[in-house]
Design a protein around this ligand. Structure first.
Ligand SMILES: [Zn+2]
Length: 312
C-alpha cells in the first residue's frame, strides 16, 4: 500500500477504538490508548511509511506469498473473528480447504516481533529514570506502533499474499494501490509540508469531500462490533496475522482469477474482468478489515503492557 493509505488506516484504527462500541472488558484499555495516541498523532504519516521509506524490507517482511499446491489433501485454514469480511468471503472461495504452499515472506513474524518490542519498550520506559541514556521515549514507541500498522495493513493487501507477481508489466499491484491512495488524498486535507493531516475538532483527519468508498469504510468501522478475540485457535499476533494472510491469499484469487499473469493482465483486461465490477466492494472489505486488525493488535499490545504495569 502507499503512503497516505497507510497513514489513514492507522488513524482510522485510533478513531475506531474511540468511537466503536468496545466491550466493557476492553473499554478502559481502549480509551487510555486513544488518549495516549493523541499526543503522537503528528507522527502517523512518518511512522507508518517508515518500513517502505527506510527499512525497505519489502521483499521479505511486507509479504507472505501463497501458492495453491497440487497435492490432494485437505488444508486446514485458520479461523478469524466472525466480524471479519475476509473471513466470510474466504470460506466461499474455491481454494478454501485446498492445500497451499508458502513460497516467501515473514510478515506475521515481523508483526509478532514488533508487538513484543513495543511492550519491551514500555517496560524499559517505566523502569528507567527519565534521561537515562538506555531509556526509550513515548515518541519512539508511538513510531513503533505506526510501523507495526504498516506491516499489518500490507498483509491485508491481497497481492502481498499471492505468489503470482503483478508488479511488472502493467503493474496491476501498483494500479490498485494508487486507486486507494488517490481516494485518501481526495478525501482528506493533508498538510504535506509538515507531513501530517490537518485535523477536525475531534483531532482526526479533516474531511474534504470523502469518496463513497472512504465514506463507506469510515461508516462501517464505527458500526462494526469490536471483537477483541483473535479468533478460535489463535492466541497471539503471529497466529492472527498468519490467519489474515491465508484469507488475503484467497481474496487475491477473487480479485484476479486464475489464468492471469504479468504479461496478459493489462489495465484494460483487468477492468473488463467480472471481478473488477466488485472492485469497490472488495476494497471496502480489505480496507475496513485492515483497520479492524490494526485496532485489535494495538489494543492487545497496550493491554499486555498495562497488565504488566498493574502487576497482573
Ligand atoms: Zn509495505
Amino acid at each position: 500500500m502507499k503512503k497516505y493509505t497507510h497513514a489513514w488506516l492507522a488513524f482510522m484504527a485510533i478513531k475506531r477504538l474511540q468511537y466503536a462500541d468496545i466491550p466493557e472488558a476492553n473499554r478502559d484499555d481502549a480509551q487510555s490508548l486513544v488518549k495516549w495516541f493523541h499526543d503522537y498523532r503528528d507522527f502517523v504519516i512518518e511512522g507508518s511509511w517508515y518500513p517502505d521509506e527506510v527499512f525497505k524490507d519489502m521483499a521479505t517482511s511486507h509479504i507472505i506469498k501463497y501458492k495453491p499446491s497440487q497435492e490432494i489433501r485437505e488444508q486446514r485454514f485458520k479461523k478469524l473473528p466472525k466480524t471479519m469480511n475476509l473471513y466470510a468471503l474466504g470460506q466461499k472461495s474455491g481454494l478454501y480447504g485446498k492445500p497451499f504452499i508458502i513460497e516467501a515472506g515473514n510478515c506475521a513474524d515481523r508483526c509478532e516481533s514488533i508487538a513484543h518490542s513495543i511492550i519491551d519498550c514500555f517496560k524499559i520506559l517505566r523502569t528507567e529514570e527519565r534521561g537515562n541514556p538506555i531509556a526509550t521515549t513515548g515518541n519512539h514507541i508511538a513510531m513503533r506502533f505506526f510501523i507495526l500498522s504498516h506491516y499489518i495493513a500490507d498483509c491485508h493487501m491481497p497481492l502481498h499474499c499471492d505468489s503470482r507477481s503483478f508488479s511488472s508489466g502493467s503493474n496491476i499491484h501498483g494500479f490498485i494501490e494508487s486507486q486507494w491512495d488517490n481516494q485518501v488524498k481526495k478525501s482528506y486535507s493533508i498538510d504535506t509540508a509538515n507531513n501530517r493531516f490537518h485535523y477536525d475538532p475531534q483531532g482526526y483527519p479533516l474531511h474534504l469531500k470523502p469518496t463513497p468508498l472512504i465514506e463507506a469504510v469510515e461508516d462501517e468501522l464505527m458500526k462494526r462490533e469490536y471483537q477483541h478475540s483473535w479468533g478460535t485457535g489463535n492466541s497471539n499476533t503471529w497466529d492472527y496475522m498468519s490467519a489474515i494472510s491465508e484469507y488475503s491469499y484467497l481474496m487475491a484469487y477473487r480479485l484476479i482469477p486464475e489464468g492471469y499473469n504479468d504479461e496478459n493482465l493489462t489495465k484494460e483486461v483487468f477492468k473488463a474482468t467480472e471481478a473488477y465490477q466488485h472492485f469497490d466492494e472488495y476494497s471496502q472489505y480489505i480496507l475496513s478489515d485492515a483497520i479492524d486488525s490494526i485496532a485489535r493488535v494495538w489494543l492487545h499490545v497496550w493491554a499486555r503492557y498495562r497488565n504488566w504495569a498493574k502487576g497482573k
